[in-house]
Design a protein around this ligand. Structure first.
Ligand code: FES
Length: 170
C-alpha cells in the first residue's frame, strides 16, 4: 500500500475549489429558483381545490358551497375561504358561479328578493342575474358572474379559480 503525500499547494487547491463551489452554488440557487418560479406558479394556478360538497347531492337548485384551503405565497402562508353557488343544469352539467357582484363586488344570493324569484340578487344596489349568471340589463352589473371550472373526484366537487362565465351566450 502506497502512501501519497498531499503537498501544501494541493491541499490549498482542493480546499479553495470546495469552498468556491459551495459559495457559487449558494449564489446560483436563488437565481435558478427565480427563473423557474413562474413555471411553478402557472402549474399551481391550474389547481383544483376540494370542497365538502358531494356531487350526488347537487340538484337544479343552487346551493352555497364554502371551501377553504391553505395558500402559499413565497414564504407567507395564509388560509383562504371562497364561496360558490352550485347546481346542475338541465343537461346534468355542474354550474358553479362566483358570488361576487360585477358591479362593486358585494355578495349575491340566490332567491333572496321577494320581487325577483329564481334569480341571483345583489342587495347593495339591486343587481340581478339569471340562473346561469347572466346580468339583467337595466340593473347596475354590466357583466355576468364569473364561473368556476369544476371537477369530480371520489364523488366530491373540486373547484378551480373563477374565470369569465362560459355559460352565458353572447
Ligand atoms: S355591488 Fe352589486 S349591484 Fe352594486
Amino acid at each position: 500500500m502506497s502512501k501519497q503525500r498531499v503537498s501544501r499547494r494541493q491541499f490549498l487547491n482542493y480546499t479553495l475549489t470546495g469552498v468556491g463551489g459551495f459559495m457559487a452554488a449558494g449564489m446560483l440557487m436563488p437565481m435558478v429558483r427565480f427563473a423557474v418560479d413562474p413555471v411553478l406558479k402557472a402549474e399551481a394556478s391550474g389547481d383544483f381545490k376540494a370542497t365538502k360538497q358531494k356531487v350526488s347531492e347537487l340538484s337544479n337548485e343552487p346551493v352555497r358551497v364554502d371551501f377553504s384551503y391553505e395558500q402559499k405565497d413565497a414564504w407567507y402562508t395564509s388560509d383562504v375561504t371562497q364561496t360558490a353557488w352550485v347546481y346542475k343544469n338541465k343537461e346534468g352539467k355542474i354550474i358553479a358561479l362566483s358570488p361576487i357582484c360585477k358591479h362593486l363586488g358585494c355578495t349575491v344570493n340566490w332567491n333572496a328578493s321577494e320581487d325577483h324569484k329564481e334569480m341571483f340578487y345583489c342587495p347593495c344596489h339591486g343587481g340581478l342575474y339569471h340562473k346561469n349568471g347572466e346580468n339583467v340589463p337595466g340593473t347596475p352589473p354590466t357583466a355576468p358572474l364569473d364561473s368556476y371550472p369544476t371537477k369530480e373526484k371520489d364523488g366530491i366537487l373540486y373547484l378551480g379559480q373563477p374565470e369569465p362565465n362560459k355559460f352565458v351566450k353572447k
